[in-house]
Design a protein around this ligand. Sequence first.
Ligand code: FES
Length: 164
Amino acid sequence: MNSPAPEPSRRGFLGRLWLLLGGVAVAEAAWIVGDFFKPRPRRAVDDGADSIVVAGPVDEFEPGSVTAFPKGRFYLARLADGGFLALHRECTHLGCTVPWIATEDRFVCPCHASSFDITGDVLSPPAPRPLDIFPVRIENDIVKVDVRKPIKRQSFTPSQVVRS
Ligand code: FES
């Protein structure tokens, strides 16, 4: 003869309830921590027409000069031979904004002292690679820069320079 199944005790029920609530709390905490450390997508500068920055006429930029375009997040470098490069202003180490130090003829990162020459090439680490570049085009002697997406590069090559 079978005896009836025992009814769950109130204490057992509360124990399982606390276990369930504890599990929910742990899962929520894990989700919050995971979300905090999840890499954020980089902010697009602009869409549509604003993605092209009209820098100005070619003759407005002296050979050997660097001109900042803060809204476009780049520097327009005109090399001594007259060619142009649009250099992303973010350090390739940890992303600090690198100022151009004209008196030293180089970009110097204020965070960990990496430096870059006028082509964006690394002069001193810890930056692992040159400054990123944006595509440049010259139309009717006007310099235009496409700031939608910076291009990573492992080294400077003359083919990156745009000439009129
Ligand atoms: S962020 Fe520029 S050297 Fe570290």
